[in-house]
Design a protein around this ligand. Structure first.
Ligand SMILES: Cc1ncc(COP(=O)(O)O)c(C=O)c1O
Length: 394
């Protein structure tokens, strides 16, 4: 069979290779004293809280299962708008909110709406692997800009300005970021937006982890910077609904009909049951539960990062959000007699039954030295992981 160059351009997702190997080893390790612990997975171990489950059940029984309009249920768009007002003090009218099948569909729609063949989109290295592919699937080119710990592994206005060329169309940022859990400092973000705006470019910002923010200095939405910012969000992470496939995007007024047309044709709509269920995410009791869980995620971070540091797995920047630790494994790899994060990840998997993610997928600059631990697992699992790391690394 002959496949499109568009499809051939999509690089393999190495994480999946690691996950496959981990699953195979897990079968062997099952029933032993050390069953496999999966710290390679970027999804909460919680499921949707009771009110949300009940709302899904009610929707199903009442037959609220037909297509919705492509932009999403009006009631849900209103609730999301209310959430921005309540939580962030920002006025985001419901008419600018587009409900999507997860952040993934939102990113795809945004890229298809805005990118011409050959357009370049600047993004930090390291960043979420799929972002490069959303851009390339829209015939654009992702330009990865190496970042440093001093920059919180995020782009700076100076770097955006220096990298801007005749083909540059805009930037794709994520704050807090996957894999680093670090956010862009608000002043720097304002400066980046200034540089992009002055060039007539687009600022796309993935705020999927914004709800899981642990530091007041960073927890604000970029939407406060102006109506031209495009923000991607999701029910997957803060709302603990990964498999429900529901997210949203806030776009400028002029972009709504364009995204609507694309969504109508490509997806028809996001899952109706999930949309009805998500209305209950914003009930007082649900938010209270989500906030308890956010505190639990913070407690996990506060336990796990210092433990990694004490074992020579250096986390150069304390994550201010999300549930990841981006750790330099150079020293720990030496202790195990291997070199590079790929071999280190496999060594941990085989010798400690700990599955983690090597840096390779997230970029090319410095990713050979880094691994990503997910701290979305229970505290007991994190404690057991640290005990195993301590036994192995001393
Ligand atoms: C930064 C980032 N953006 C987008 C996604 C996709 O999320 P969704 O489940 O909403 O499609 C993920 C998933 O891990 C992510 O980490």
């Amino acid at each position: 069979m002959r496949f499109s160059t568009r499809a051939e351009r999509i690089e393999p997702f190495y994480v999946m290779e690691v996950a496959k190997a981990a699953q195979a080893l897990a079968r062997e390790a099952a029933g032993t004293a050390e069953p496999m612990i999966f710290l390679n997975i970027g999804e909460p171990d919680f499921t949707a809280p009771p009110l949300v489950q009940e709302a899904a059940d009610r929707a199903m029984r009442a037959g609220h299962t037909q297509y919705t309009q492509a932009l999403g249920l009006d009631a849900l768009r209103e609730r999301i708008s209310g959430w921005y007002a309540q939580r962030f003090g920002v006025d985001v009218p419901a008419r600018r909110i587009v409900v999507t099948a997860g952040a993934s569909a939102a990113l795809q729609l945004a890229c298809l709406a805005l990118i011409e063949a050959g357009d370049e989109i600047l993004m930090p290295d390291p960043s979420y692997p799929c972002n490069r592919h959303f851009v390339s699937a829209a015939e654009g080119k992702a330009v990865l800009i190496p970042t440093t710990a001093e920059e919180r592994f995020q782009l700076s206005a100076a770097k955006v300005e220096a990298a801007w060329g005749p083909k540059t169309r805009g930037v794709l940022l994520a704050s807090p970021s996957n894999p680093t859990g670090t956010s862009i400092a608000p002043d720097e973000l304002r400066r980046i937006q200034g540089v992009v705006r002055a060039r007539g470019g687009i600022t796309l910002i993935d705020e999927i982890y914004l709800g899981l923010s642990y530091d007041e200095a960073f927890g604000q939405t970029a939407l406060a910077l102006g109506d031209d910012v495009i923000s991607i969000n999701s029910f997957s992470k803060y709302f603990n609904m990964t498999g429900w496939r529901l997210g949203w995007m806030v776009v400028p007024d002029a972009m709504v009909p364009v995204v609507e047309r694309l969504a109508q044709n490509l997806f028809i709509c996001a899952s109706a049951i999930s949309q009805h269920a998500a209305l209950a995410c914003f009930e007082k009791d649900s938010i209270a539960e989500y906030e308890r869980r956010r505190a639990e995620f913070k407690a996990r971070r506060d336990f796990f990062i210092p433990a990694l540091q004490s074992l020579g797995l250096t986390v150069p920047v304390m994550p201010d959000g999300a549930f990841y630790a981006w750790a330099d494994c150079t020293q720990a790899a030496q202790t195990l007699g291997v070199s590079g994060s790929w071999d280190f990840a496999f060594a941990l998997m085989r010798r400690a039954h700990l599955a983690i993610t090597p840096g390779r997928d997230f970029g090319t600059a410095d990713t050979g030295r880094f691994v990503r631990f997910s701290t979305a697992s229970s505290m007991a699992q994190l404690q057991e992981s640290v005990a195993r790391l301590r036994a192995l690394l001393g």
